[in-house]
Design a protein around this ligand. Structure first.
Ligand SMILES: Cc1ncc(COP(=O)(O)O)c(C=O)c1O
Length: 455
């Protein structure tokens, strides 16, 4: 280890409380310090080149080091580095981005509310849907139905929408009242005794049951990620979303798509709602809107909801200092322009995703892989002790974490969610780089299988 790396690790464990990190472990092991990124690769402080198959945290859609994004930020910082959009003020980047977002959004969306992150976007969703029903003279419509094992962010409200048991178990009054969680469409884990499409329908019916149980006059909205990301890349069976859409249409509730992961090209369309033919009322976004170069999030609001908020609502008493930050918006404009001009999303749909799918699915032949699933450029591997029955390794062996550590040593970032390994590579990944990813994934799986034998 270099002296510089050791120095950073010491300072880091002395002063820096990281998110989603066990600090006891971090101070023993020392963090891995990254210093550089280019294309789909990152470099650590010791100079190791690593293929970042997680796009940072599902966000660096255009890859690292894009000069047009850097220049857009520089130019905007020189012109107007900050001004707010409270109290009827605005600035060109936020205005222009609003128009661009409405052009690329699904039909019926012409308005955006900006936030600084995905969590704040989902907090905003809660406020907006409840305000919408209040303005419709139905203030008792308060309950938002979400799903177990969903991730919607880390603020108290967003973590309440989320169905992460570990987060709820750490106190803090999570979940807040009037949020309920129904089953997730996780076929591999929870539905293998049924055919996937039968399971998909049965899980969608949980929404209808929850509406009947609590009463339609109490339900404000249903929120879900088109594909659950942080929960382990849970790709719903084909029958799931059409049934959910029908239930939302038949009942008087709003449908909210959390597209923080699936937005901006991840599934080969601008939004995952298009991929799944979902017609949401609100879309939460963040991450890929700037390719993660600067923080920005928001809620796209369809005309049905926006018209009520505008015509009847008066002042919406909600907002953030960094709502529509001019530099973030300038970077988002450059990012969306590059995604469009370079045909990145069409290339994902027509070339990259089908190629990755072919190569990724071949990993299901590996002795410790129970399932390899993929949609667009987001994919998962289920690590299993018995691939036929899907029996897992003993939890105390933390095989997923072991596999993740071996992957990094092998020059590949893969994320572990329990014993599910997930990837979401930058959208610019080439076929040659996919071959490299798969070669590294195979050697990592071999090394994991060998290490498991020794336990
Ligand atoms: C689906 C989804 N929603 C919301 C969030 C929260 O976004 P942020 O971390 O920007 O607050 C995330 C973050 O991973 C996410 O995956």
């Amino acid at each position: 280890m270099t002296k510089k790396q050791r120095h950073w690790q010491d300072l880091d464990s002395s002063h820096y409380l990281h998110p989603f990190t066990d600090h006891g472990q971090l101070s023993k092991k020392g963090s891995r310090v990254f210093t550089k990124g280019k294309g789909i690769y990152i470099w650590d402080a010791e100079g190791h080149q690593i293929l970042d198959s997680m796009s940072g945290l599902w966000c660096v859609n255009l890859g690292y080091g894009r000069t047009e994004l850097i220049e857009a930020a520089h130019k905007q910082m020189q012109e107007l580095p900050y001004y707010n959009s409270f109290f009827q003020c605005a600035h060109p980047p936020a205005i222009e981005l609003g128009e661009i977002l409405s052009n690329i959004s699904p039909d019926g969306f012409s308005r955006v509310f900006y936030t600084g992150s995905g969590s704040e976007a989902n907090d905003t969703v809660i406020r907006m849907v409840r305000r919408f029903w209040q303005l419709q003279d139905k203030p008792e419509k308060q309950i938002i139905i979400a799903r177990k094992n969903a991730y919607h962010g880390s603020t108290i409200a967003a973590a309440s929408l989320g169905g992460m048991e570990g987060m709820h178990a750490q106190g803090a009054g999570i979940p807040i009242p009037n949020i309920i969680h129904i089953a997730q469409p996780y076929w591999f884990q929870e539905g293998r005794d049924q055919d996937p499409n039968t399971f998909g329908l049965a899980i969608a019916e949980e929404l209808e049951k929850a509406i009947d149980h609590h009463g339609i006059d109490k339900i404000a909205a249903f929120i879900a990620e088109p594909i659950q990301g942080a929960g382990g890349v849970i790709i719903p069976p084909e029958t799931y979303w059409p049934a959910i859409q029908r239930i939302c249409d038949d009942n008087e509730i709003l449908l909210v798509a959390d597209e923080v992961v699936t937005g901006f090209g991840r599934l080969g369309e601008w939004f995952g709602s298009t991929t799944y033919e979902i017609k949401p009322d609100l879309i939460a976004f963040a991450k890929g809107v700037t390719s993660g170069y600067l923080p920005l999030g928001g809620v796209l609001v369809n005309d049905k909801v926006a018209d009520i908020l505008i015509e009847k609502g008066g002042e919406f008493i909600h907002g953030f200092t960094y709502s529509g930050h001019p530099v973030s918006c300038a970077v988002a404009i450059a990012n969306i322009k590059a995604l469009a001009e370079d045909n990145v999303i069409e290339t994902v749909k027509d070339h990259t995703a089908p190629y990755l799918a072919k190569r990724w699915q071949s990993l299901s032949d590996h002795p410790i892989v129970g399932e390899a699933r993929i949609k667009g450029l987001v994919a998962a591997l289920e690590l299993c002790k018995d691939k036929k029955t899907g029996k897992r390794f003993a939890a105390e062996h933390n095989v997923g974490s072991l596999c993740r550590d071996l992957a990094i040593e092998n020059g590949l970032v893969m994320r572990a969610v329990g014993d599910t390994m997930i990837i979401a590579p930058p959208l610019i990944i080439t076929h040659e780089q996919i071959d490299e990813l798969i070669t590294k994934a195979i050697s990592t799986l071999d090394a994991t299988a060998a290490a498991v034998q020794r336990i």
